[in-house]
Design a protein around this ligand. Structure first.
Ligand code: PEP
Ligand code: MG
Length: 766
């Protein structure tokens, strides 16, 4: 018999009474099944609960043989009940016994029942059990009966999750033990701590609504606020341009106006739920079904909807949009679906141990900031949001790219050892901080750091580096919400110079374009971005942008040394033209009476192989040359530096690279000009050894590499290394790489090569 409109509300009211009455959890389950059977006019109502091994145990029944309670167990996937638990889907059959999955259990005495309606009892996408009603007659249960049973299942899920029912190991056990989620390391390190969800999930406890009108109003208001939020986000200048983030928000906007979704929530309120109960109810309805959808497109859409439900719940609960303003545990592992760079900066650095992002890639801006803050971080951690709950213990292993959720005691102990070991090593490097990097035979090597944000600056003092060999100016542009005008830029550069406290800083002019798109600038997507309209090519064509930056740098460096460095120089003519523009701006600023920099140098980056074949003309005019080995290597080997499948395929110590660098070092000596190298290569002790052997006396690297590289320098006899490298390069033969010989040399002569210190991946802004 279909339920009347008031039916679900009466049922919910009765359930609430049962929950409030004294008694054990088991007694409540017994009352619940009796009540449901009564109000739904069903001859049978049973609750099956999932055990740790995935089997389902009959926990309470009205109508089946009471002796079967706690004695009937369905194996995982067995029978209709097993099927519901496995698929998370409702099953409604007029004649259950003719279904191929039906499994007959004589001890229950269910042979006389034909019709069957079973719904999963689930919470947070995890199936905790199955709720079933059965009737003797062959009938198809009406859709409002299905819905009523699903709503009751939601209430039941809360009851089970509370741990009130003896023998139910609870929500955490049902969620699975200690899964490992794999991802891509964004910022190296290991962190142990507890999960904080960047966008907190509200746990709905208050499901029963007393005041229909009030709940309708609350839902309407929350939907309105949600829509306004999304519209506001879409108007923000930093996301106004095209791109993936924009597509996601457009989809959000569409869903936030979806009448099907909103209609279902309204209906749920009419049936006696609170506004938050209704949001949760509709979300549960779609969750497991959609997440098991084979089609990735639909799974993604559901995740959007899931996210919107979370936002609605936060509005209803009056909670902040992000956890940044909340009290954080001291060992916060921040977990986010997506996150902007500025959002990460809102968190208290002191409490952040690790970061896991479901979508962020190595090139994302938040990865750049995580790296700058020195927070171990993992991106592309698929399904992490579903796998964790706020407060879960977690380990972020950003060396291997793994997140251990709710780790076992053994895993925690192993990682604690690793962390202690790393800390001891860091302590040793910290002890070298103030020692100059001089080789055993007295060669002074300048060890600089690469930086790109104001938050990078403390690394200079912490690492004991000599200066900043590469300041990537585009990074501040990439995280800014809108184009940085001259005075804003000048303020940033001045802050950098102030923080450097007289140590040299080499400012690279904007290296944007290609795939480093600024969201607020209209730029076209290109087929081959790294070979495209980027860096100096763009600066020479869009002179306003370049000259604004040049003037900002001149202004910031009044009374101090100013080093310009030009990226991606491809022809000598490009260097000459850029130099002429800088000189014109220096004249312009003098004409306006600006206080001038003490000394100006204009250097070129050597990143494009064409310059190797015009090297004397380059050294004849550039004030200094710095090799950008990341790009040089990708162009020499025609191997995309961002393609994971090619990573490590071509050796940076291979003969082609070694001969190229030897040629550059020889030209620097001929012209008596300063030479440096500022690519990732300098971060690895063995590669740095090769560079010193070739004659490089200034290298610039990730801050965390200063310690291991300095330890190498202090234990090195540079003369002997040069002798060996010279011989190996000049010797005719079949040698493909210097790697083995250099490693052997280091081992034999006691040069410290810290293999454990995996080279910190350099930040790749694009
Ligand atoms: C390089 O190419 O080596 C370099 C230092 O520049 P970037 O990594 O910013 O391209
Ligand atoms: Mg480069």
């Amino acid at each position: 018999m279909p339920l009347s409109d008031a039916g679900p509300r009466i049922l919910l009211r009765r359930l609430r009474q049962i929950m409030a009455e004294p008694g054990s959890g088991q007694e409540r389950l017994d009352k619940i099944v009796r009540q449901i059977a009564n109000l739904m006019v069903a001859e049978v109502c049973s609750i099956y609960i999932r055990r740790q091994d995935g089997s389902l145990e009959l926990f309470a029944t009205e109508g089946l043989n009471p002796a079967a309670v706690h004695n009937t167990h369905m194996a995982r996937n067995e029978g209709l009940v097993g099927m519901i638990a496995e698929n998370g889907e409702t099953v409604n059959l007029p004649d259950a016994r003719s279904h191929p999955s039906f499994s007959y259990r004589p001890e229950t005495g269910e042979e006389s029942y034909h019709s069957f309606l079973g719904v999963p009892v689930q919470r947070g996408g995890i199936v905790l059990g199955v709720l079933v009603v059965q009737n003797r007659t062959q009938r198809h249960y009406a859709s409002d009966e299905e819905e009523a049973l699903q709503t009751i299942a939601m209430v039941l899920a809360e009851h089970l999750a509370s741990g009130d029912v003896q023998g139910v190991s609870g929500y955490a056990a049902a969620r699975g033990r200690s899964p490992i989620v794999k991802g891509q390391p964004l910022s190296d390190g290991i962190a142990l701590g507890h999960v904080v969800l960047h966008e907190p999930r509200v746990v709905v406890r208050n499901l029963f609504g007393d005041d229909l009108k009030l709940e309708r109003r609350r839902l309407a208001r929350a939907i309105r606020t949600l829509r306004q939020d999304i519209d506001r986000m879409l108007q923000r200048r930093d996301i106004a341009g095209p791109g993936e983030h924009r597509d996601v928000l457009d989809t959000y906007r569409m869903f936030a106006r979806d009448s099907g979704w909103i209609g279902k929530m309204r209906e749920a309120i009419e049936k006696g739920l609170t506004a938050e109960g209704a949001v949760e109810r509709v979300r549960n309805d779609t969750r497991v079904r959609m997440m098991r959808h084979a089609d990735a497109f639909w799974r993604e859409r559901f995740r959007d909807l899931d996210d919107l439900s979370d936002r609605l719940l936060r509005h209803l609960a009056g909670r902040e949009a992000t956890a940044a303003g909340e009290a954080l545990p001291e060992d916060t592992i921040l977990v986010a679906r997506t996150m902007g760079p500025a959002e990460l900066l809102d968190y208290d650095r002191e409490r952040l141990r690790g970061l896991v992002i479901e979508e962020g890639g190595l090139a994302s801006h938040v990865a750049i900031v995580a790296k700058a803050l020195g927070i171990p971080a993992i991106g592309q951690a698929r399904r992490i949001i579903e796998a964790v709950e706020a407060g879960d213990a977690a380990i972020v292993d950003a060396l291997e790219g793994e997140v251990h959720i709710r780790p076992t005691a053994d895993v925690i102990a192993a990682y604690s050892d690793k962390v202690r070991f790393r800390a001891r090593r860091q302590k040793r490097y910290a002890g070298l901080r103030t020692d100059p990097a001089v080789t055993r035979d007295g060669e002074r090597v300048r060890l600089n750091i690469n930086a790109g944000l104001t938050v990078d600056m403390p690394h200079l003092a912490q690492s004991g580096a000599d200066g900043i060999g590469l300041f990537r100016t585009e990074i501040e542009f990439m995280i800014a919400p809108s184009l940085l005008l001259r005075d804003r830029q000048a303020a940033i550069y001045k802050r950098i110079l102030d923080a450097a406290g007289g140590r040299p800083v080499v400012f690279r002019t904007l290296d944007i374009g290609g795939d480093k798109l600024l969201p607020y600038l209209a730029q076209e997507k290109e087929e081959n971005p790294s070979l495209g309209w980027r860096a100096l090519r763009m600066s020479l064509d869009s002179q306003a942008l370049f000259r604004t930056q040049v003037r900002a740098l001149i202004k910031a460096a009044a009374g101090r040394d100013l080093d310009f460095m030009l990226p991606m120089v491809t022809t000598i003519d490009e260097y000459d033209r850029a130099r002429a523009l800088i000189e014109a701006d220096l004249d312009w600023s003098r004409g306006r009476g600006w206080p001038q920099p003490e000394r100006v140098r204009i250097g070129a980056m050597l990143e494009v192989p064409s310059l190797l074949f015009d090297i004397d003309r380059l050294f004849a005019r550039a004030d200094f040359v710095s090799v950008g080995s990341n790009d040089l290597c990708q162009f020499i080997y025609a191997s995309d530096r961002n393609n994971a499948r090619l990573a490590g395929r071509y050796d940076t110590l291979g003969m082609p690279m070694m001969r190229a660098l030897d040629l550059v070092a020889a030209a620097a000596r001929r012209h008596d000009k300063p030479l440096a190298l500022c690519g990732e290569m300098a971060s690895r002790p063995l590669e740095a050894l090769a560079l010193i052997a070739l004659g490089f006396r200034s290298i610039s690297m990730a801050p965390a590499s200063i310690g291991p590289v300095k330890a190498m320098v202090l234990s090195l006899d540079a003369g002997r290394a040069t002798g060996l490298v010279r011989r190996l390069i000049d010797e005719p033969g079949e040698r493909a790489s210097l790697r083995d010989e250099l490693a052997g040399f280091a081992l034999d002569s006691g040069v410290e090569i810290d293999d454990m210190a995996r080279p910190p991946r350099e930040r790749r802004p694009a």
